[in-house]
Design a protein around this ligand. Structure first.
Ligand code: UDP
Length: 327
């Protein structure tokens, strides 16, 4: 399949691109390298460009006779989205709508969208099924949900099908050690704790210790980035005209912030200094997936079913690349 991957040089994007190429797909990566890394994808696959430039996107869809789009390009920080919503509405919503409409005009019939468990807000039941009401509590979740709405309406009206994958917490790195996580600034828990283990930070802050969870810290479902990547590949095979697929993708097991820190201590053999800090705005207490639907309908199953195995791959990457891609 001829596939355009927006944001394909980013964290989840690059792991998905690696897998798509291994399956023999013809992949074009479109990335402005604001968060992505040139070294994370093969040079001959990368087109540097910005989704703001809808005409450039249009040209690519036509020139490369694109059949499917996998759309990762987006900002992904909950906290930042609360402080700078305009940035999120422009990038995550406005440019996504531009892309979607260019797909429609050019007859691109398959679209895989990076959605998020943040579209559920504070869920009424955990583990979360797709039947849970979507009621985001931060701008990041709002922008992602808005795109889901547009996708549903497009699929209802045009010869177009989509799959929205509602990610839980992507983590880990490629087991061959070639690509991994590198955000600047880094805000995600696992890499931050690993940076403490590497001596790059003095301590990690625990954002909130008074949540209604077993140890008072937030609980999240950490899913290995390669397992997440595989869900995109299965989705591409499944999407037909009019398809409106929506799946939670997580391992179905939650770990608290303190459990994550303990696991990193076990894997690295280092003790991690922590400081208790106030809650971070926009964080629900617990987000754990019920992923029965994606297992049933796509035949997806995580290869990494335990946090420890996920952290081991992350540790291997960060140990070998203490400065990430160093770009
Ligand atoms: N977290 C934390 N300290 C940090 C970074 C994150 O306690 O320095 C917590 C955060 O509040 C959340 C969990 O770790 O409950 C996972 O956060 P992350 O930013 O990795 O992912 P998110 O859940 O925001 O997608």
């Amino acid at each position: 399949m001829r596939i355009l991957v927006t944001g394909g040089a980013g964290y989840i994007g690059s792991h998905t691109v690696k897998r798509l190429l291994a399956r023999g797909h013809d992949v074009t990566v479109f990335d402005n390298l604001s968060a992505g890394h040139r070294a994370a994808v093969p040079a001959d696959r990368l087109v540097v460009g910005d989704l703001r430039d809808a005409d450039q996107v249009d040209q690519l869809l036509v020139d490369r006779r694109i059949e499917a789009v996998v759309h990762f390009a987006a900002y992904c920080y909950v906290g930042e989205s609360v402080k700078e919503p305009a940035k999120y509405y422009a990038n995550n919503l406005q440019y996504a709508l531009n892309l979607l409409d260019r797909c429609r005009r050019n007859g691109v019939g398959k679209f895989v969208f990076s959605s998020t468990c943040a579209t559920y807000g504070v869920p009424t039941a955990v583990p979360i099924t797709e039947a849970e009401k979507q009621a985001p509590i931060n701008p990041y979740g709002n922008t992602k949900l808005a795109v889901e709405y547009a996708l549903s309406d497009y699929a209802g009206a045009y010869p177009f099908g989509f799959c929205a994958l509602r990610y839980f917490n992507a983590s880990g790195a490629a087991p061959d050690g070639t690509i991994g996580e590198d955000h600047d600034p880094e805000t995600h828990l696992i890499p931050l704790v690993i940076q403490v283990a590497l001596g790059q930070r003095s301590h990690v802050e625990i954002y909130g210790t008074d949540y209604p969870t077993p140890d008072g810290t937030c609980v999240r479902d950490y899913i290995h980035v390669d397992d997440l990547a595989e869900a995109h590949i299965l989705a591409l095979d499944k999407i037909g005209p009019g398809a409106q697929l929506k799946y939670n993708v997580g391992i179905g097991r939650g770990y608290s912030v303190r459990e994550v820190i303990r696991t990193v201590e076990e894997v690295t053999g280092k003790s991690i200094a922590v400081k208790e800090a106030p809650r971070r705005a926009g964080d629900p207490p617990a987000l754990v997936a019920n992923a029965d639907k994606v297992r049933r309908e796509l035949g997806w199953a995580p290869k990494y079913a335990e946090l420890r195995a996920i952290v081991e791959t992350a540790w291997n990457w960060h140990k070998a690349h203490p400065d990430g891609y160093a770009d």
